[in-house]
Design a protein around this ligand. Sequence first.
Ligand code: ADP
Ligand code: MG
Length: 256
Amino acid sequence: MDKLRELKDLTASLALHNTKNHLEELIHQAEQEQLSYTAFLYRVFTGEIKHRHRKALEKRIKEAGFPYPKHLKDFDLSFCTALSRTQFSQLSELTWIDGLYNLILAGPPGVGKTHLAIALGYRACEEGYKVSYTSMQYLVQCLKTEEIDRRSRTKMNRIRKSNLLIIDEVGYLPISSVEGNLFFQLISELQEQTSVIITTNKGFEEWTEFLNDPALATAILDRLSYRCDRIHICGKSYRLENRKSFLGEGGNADEV
Ligand code: ADP
Ligand code: MG
């Protein structure tokens, strides 16, 4: 019994957290299954490695700041005619992140832009990439306040260290010229180090309008478009097509 407590202290000192938490179970199973010494050590160390990978993944997902989880397996391709099965597989394989390609997902509300962006971000976290998610509105706020606000600084530091940055809802709200310039500086800074996914309801020609500055819009689009795929997801809103009703068929609620 004492030896067991001592062993637990030793595993804790060595930061073998999984082994420490499952020590009795591991020993009991090894006795039951009459494992060889080699097989026992193999089980202990692979368990520890798996646990570390799981923890690291949880950390990457937490730090990415996704508003909610979305997964590629739940993305209904038959609903999204903008992407062929091959293109979807190519995106899922994430080699475009290593090649520093950007992705612009454009289209009206409800067609799955955010779903696809977050799901690719999740997959990237699973594959070991550092990912950051932000709405355009929050990004602009962080850019403006990073000198004076600790949370904004932390977010911006993470963004600058990311392999993949997702900027959701670009163009929904107009931005001032100061904000536009800060955005341009960030995009320029990230150009040779980070892939960017942008979701937007605006066509390129409308960027001038929401940025309020044709020269700035051209400069930003020039940098973003250099290595870039633009996917225009048109069609119906998935939300409207798959509308859920609380009252169901028998209810008297008006159709939206
Ligand atoms: P957008 O960002 O284009 O406005 P969202 O990605 O937020 O749209 O999608 C709205 C809702 O519809 C979400 O719950 C999303 O999961 C779902 N959705 C949209 N497109 C698809 C799709 N092709 N397959 C599965 N779910 C989808
Ligand atoms: Mg969206």
